[in-house]
Design a protein around this ligand. Structure first.
Ligand code: URP
Ligand code: ZN
Ligand code: ZN
Length: 472
């Protein structure tokens, strides 16, 4: 089966030109101008449209147990939502909830493989460290995993101590794995949370007020210092304050192998959103900060300081006492209402995997925050490179997987929960106008979304074994 996308504006991480993309089977076979189709080639007129690689989201959580419930998208619903939003590869995190990493990875495959609606890779959380775990980290490579995440917060649950993080960094370096760090100050958060609860503060804004920006900034600095002492590269997830990115910038200027990721929510929302009547919708960790942080991170994106824009997709219902209709069936999953009288009980996380590409194109590229090339680089090419999937993913070049998007230009829609396909009851971008939208989504050559219609299927997504990570 051959498909020729004809006369579109092709956008890659380095280029932008009018041309054609030829898809043969699961791969792109040619990119050029005036490609001549065989008699049996399906021709798609992309004139007046643009063509980009499918998105690669380096950070999402599906089917994640938390705070007495579970995140409301599983590997079918979440990856299907990703597809509708133009993302064709997503990385999820394997929880370390047993002594054997292999068993944890196997358990994750048992959940994900038969459901996955687009291709996916895995990072491994290291949330308890001992000699056995140290011995097993190298084996992750044989399981197709080249990245581990550690936490400097969530004391008594997920956090590792500095010495443990240092050891993980060294083992990772020796075995060509990349360490990803969640940087907040767990000790300070615990003290402030205790004080807030004792003082009778229960509203959602206290989630943000008990997780100060300075704790994130200080832990980014310490993380980079630890990585330097271990002589290992490091990748900092969900960077949320301008101060953190400033430190990243300085470290990169010195030539340190450090990379940073932010997420759309840290570009457009603030602690004031948590002060609204429905403020729990914005609760995630790390929290929303200030307008100055939004603007600072936006500026750093334009300057090329950050490498990746991911989502940290981890949705919960706002009101999990009222069912929603999903594929014609009622679904009800306890959500943010669990913490209606106590901010510490609100499950942390937001929907976003399907929003990222549309939001960043329309409110990033179209607002001249980033260029079209930077958009492709940070939403697709860079994460594919960093996590060892390039050039199979993240680019439009002969030999790459035919994960391709065709975008409608100037076909505005009003975005929101009814348009996004997440399995939850709200959307953070409710009412936002999207001028340009995604018309067609190809996953390995198969048209899976066409004009808002789902042509894909459960289980069509493949697990991607990652090769060596790359520092960019
Ligand atoms: O609130 C969030 N982000 N939940 C997911 C867990 C994490 O730390 O990424
Ligand atoms: Zn995190
Ligand atoms: Zn996360």
């Amino acid at each position: 089966m051959k498909t020729l996308l004809k006369s579109g504006k092709i956008i890659t991480a380095s280029d932008q030109f009018i041309g054609d993309v030829l898809i043969e089977g699961e791969k792109i076979s040619a990119v050029g101008s005036d490609l001549h189709p065989d008699a049996d080639t399906v021709i798609v007129n992309a004139s007046g449209k643009f063509i980009t690689p499918g998105g690669v989201d380096a950070h999402a959580h599906f089917d994640l147990p938390m705070a007495g419930t579970v995140s409301s998208d599983d590997h079918y619903t979440g990856l299907k939502a990703a597809a509708f939003g133009g993302t064709t590869t997503v990385f999820d995190f394997v929880s370390q909830d047993g002594p054997s990493l292999k068993k944890c990875v196997d358990a994750w495959h048992a959940k994900a493989d038969e459901k996955a609606a687009v291709d996916f890779g895995c990072h491994m959380n290291i949330t308890a460290f001992n000699d056995q775990v140290a011995g097993e980290i190298p084996d992750l490579r044989e399981m197709g995993i080249n990245s581990v995440k550690v936490f400097t917060a969530y004391n008594g649950r997920l956090r590792l101590q500095d010495g443990e993080i240092f050891q993980v960094l060294r083992i990772a370096k020796e075995n060509r794995l990349l360490v990803m760090v969640h940087a907040e100050n767990g000790d300070v958060i615990d003290i402030l949370t205790d004080e807030a609860v004792k003082a009778g503060h229960h509203a959602p804004e206290w989630h943000a007020l008990t997780r100060p920006a300075e704790g994130s900034i200080e832990n980014v600095f310490r993380t980079i210092s630890l990585a330097q002492q271990a002589q290992a590269p490091v990748y900092i997830v969900h960077m949320n304050t301008a101060g953190e990115v400033q430190i990243l910038k300085k470290a990169r200027e010195k030539g340190f192998p450090v990379m940073g990721e932010t997420c759309p929510q840290y570009l457009y929302f603030t602690v004031d959103d948590l002060r609204k009547a429905d403020g729990a919708k914005w609760i995630c960790s790390p929290p929303m900060r200030t307008r100055a942080d939004n603007e600072g991170i936006q500026k750093f994106l334009g300057e090329g300081v950050l490498q990746v824009i991911a989502t940290d997709h981890c949705p919960f219902f706002f009101d999990g006492t009222h069912p929603i209709l999903y594929e014609g069936k009622e679904v009800l999953i306890p959500g943010k209402e669990l913490g209606k009288d106590d901010f510490t009980k609100i499950p942390n996380g937001l929907p976003g995997v399907g929003d990222r590409m549309l939001v960043l194109w329309n409110y990033g590229v179209r607002k001249q925050m980033i260029t079209p090339q930077q958009f492709v680089a940070m939403t697709s090419t860079n994460p594919a490179k960093i996590f060892g999937l390039y050039p199979q993913k993240g680019t439009l070049m002969p030999g790459a997987d035919a994960d391709v998007l065709v975008w409608n230009k100037n076909a505005p829609i009003r975005y929101g929960v009814r348009y996004a396909q997440h399995r939850t009851d709200y959307n953070l971008y409710e009412g936002w106008e999207m001028q340009d939208t995604i018309q067609k989504v190809y996953l390995r050559g198969k048209l899976i979304v066409d004009d808002g219609n789902w042509l894909g299927s459960r289980g069509q997504g493949k697990f991607l074994a990652c090769s060596d990570p790359t520092v960019i």
